[in-house]
Design a protein around this ligand. Structure first.
Ligand code: PMP
Length: 423
């Protein structure tokens, strides 16, 4: 049995409903928060609250210092070259919209192409659909097959000299790690076609995109909470993730923009904080990252993000976490085999890292979630903001369980027992 001593750090996990202890399996949507994060935010409001980047007095300077220290900490967390590459946002959705408005809108022109995959969350689809319509850009998709494998054999036709941006998720929020969704034979086809020696699909796609002169945006919403991200090693141009999916508060996210792109970034929102000089006729902007942080930011949120990153850095070993999560996934998958009518989504049923989506032929996903809720078990049901993905799989909805650092085998055994009973 996996005994999880970290559970004591999370006050919400001890809450009971209907006499049942909370079993929280919706971590891909948002995670629970440890005392350390709650306390850091609370302490900020109690002892250090003041506006940042504006005040001349001690309290304001201390608040500014704490905020900027988290920027440095975030840069270290993803191995960015400089803290100026880190922009604080409201979350991944906001970050991608900023890239569309502050870079793509000015740098892409009629006839240019953007390439995404059919795995994407709506927040990595809609900004590009909108931009494509406004600017006469072609939005292209790497298709997903019905079995949940990505048809990467289409890549040599899809990725062209006109492709200016390739934007894709590192881990699908429905099917998991994108590398595990590329079949061995498809990958061999790609490495031969491109004479590439890259070891995985993410690296190969970045390499080939750059060779064509395209920039790369990585959606790390589901990857950053579970694995070490190194933007220098990845060589991506943009990377986005959300604090609330990795123990931090809602309303706070991170947008990484590689330094060499900074001269091409224009403000996405206009107002205080991003401006240097204003006359009645015009304004001049500050440099990155202030350029993209107009208005008073979510300072307490950033302080909470800092506490979450400290917790993850000091208490969590990502390799051990991955082993624990994979073991729990395998436990669920083994036991699910004996339940009739459960269909696990995606290929390689036993290659799940931290989330599993499934559908039950005879029961709607909403009914599954509502039934489990009676036992204080939280799972996600619906299309998970990924309708084109579900369209490829020829289903409209699914149930998703997603794990994080506090889940245990006991919780999954109880889930399996209840699912068997329901079916
Ligand atoms: N991309 C992926 C892969 C996601 O899982 C999510 C959240 N479900 C998002 C983007 C959007 O993140 P947020 O709601 O924090 O903006």
């Amino acid at each position: 049995m996996i005994f999880n001593h970290r559970r004591n750090d999370f006050p919400s996990l001890s809450h009971k409903y209907n006499g049942h202890q909370l079993i929280y399996l919706d971590n891909a949507a948002t995670t629970q928060k440890p005392y350390a994060v709650i306390k850091a935010m609370n302490d900020f409001y109690v002892t250090s609250n003041a506006p940042i980047h504006r005040g001349i007095y001690r309290l304001a300077e201390e608040a500014t210092y704490s905020y900027e220290m988290v920027r440095q900490q975030t840069a270290n967390f993803i191995n960015a070259v400089s803290p100026s590459e880190i922009v604080f946002t409201h979350g991944v959705t906001h970050g991608i919209n900023i890239v569309a408005a502050s870079w793509a809108y000015h740098m892409l022109h009629e006839g240019d192409e953007i390439l995404i995959t059919q795995l994407e969350h709506h927040s990595n689809i809609l900004p590009w659909q909108d931009l494509a319509k406004k600017k006469g850009i072609l939005l292209k998709w790497i298709p997903l097959r019905k079995d949940g494998t990505l048809d990467v054999t289409t890549l040599p036709q899809l990725l062209t000299n006109r492709t200016k941006l390739v934007a894709f998720t590192m881990h699908s929020n429905v099917l998991g790690d994108i590398n595990s969704l590329v079949s061995h034979s498809d990958y061999q086809f790609l490495t031969k076609s491109y004479h590439s020696s890259q070891q995985d699909f993410i690296s190969l796609l970045i390499e080939q995109s750059h060779k064509k002169g395209a920039r790369v945006l990585l959606d790390a919403a589901q990857a950053a909470p579970h694995e070490k991200i190194d933007v220098q090693q990845l060589t991506c141009d943009f990377l986005v993730f959300s604090a609330h999916k990795m123990l931090g508060p809602t309303g706070c996210g991170i947008l990484y923009i590689k330094q060499e792109l900074h001269p091409h970034i224009k403000p996405a929102s206009l107002g205080g904080g991003m401006v240097y000089n204003v006359t009645q006729q015009e304004y001049s902007s500050r440099n990155m990252p202030s350029l993209l942080e107009a208005g008073t930011p979510h300072t307490a949120g950033v302080i909470g993000l800092g506490a979450a990153l400290t917790y993850l850095t000091e208490k969590i070993n990502f390799i051990e976490l991955q082993e624990q999560e994979t073991a729990l996934c395998n436990l669920f998958l083994m036991q699910a085999q004996s339940i009739p009518n459960i269909q696990i989504l995606g290929p390689n049923a036993f290659n799940k890292k931290h989330l599993i989506s499934f559908s039950i032929k005879t029961i709607h996903s909403h009914d599954v979630a509502a039934y489990l809720d009676n036992y204080n078990i939280c799972v996600r049901a619906g299309n998970h903001c990924a309708q084109p993905l579900h369209q490829a799989l020829e289903i409209t909805n699914s149930v998703r369980i997603s794990l994080y650092i506090y889940n245990t085998d006991r919780e999954l055994k109880k889930l399996i027992k209840l699912l068997s009973k329901l079916i």
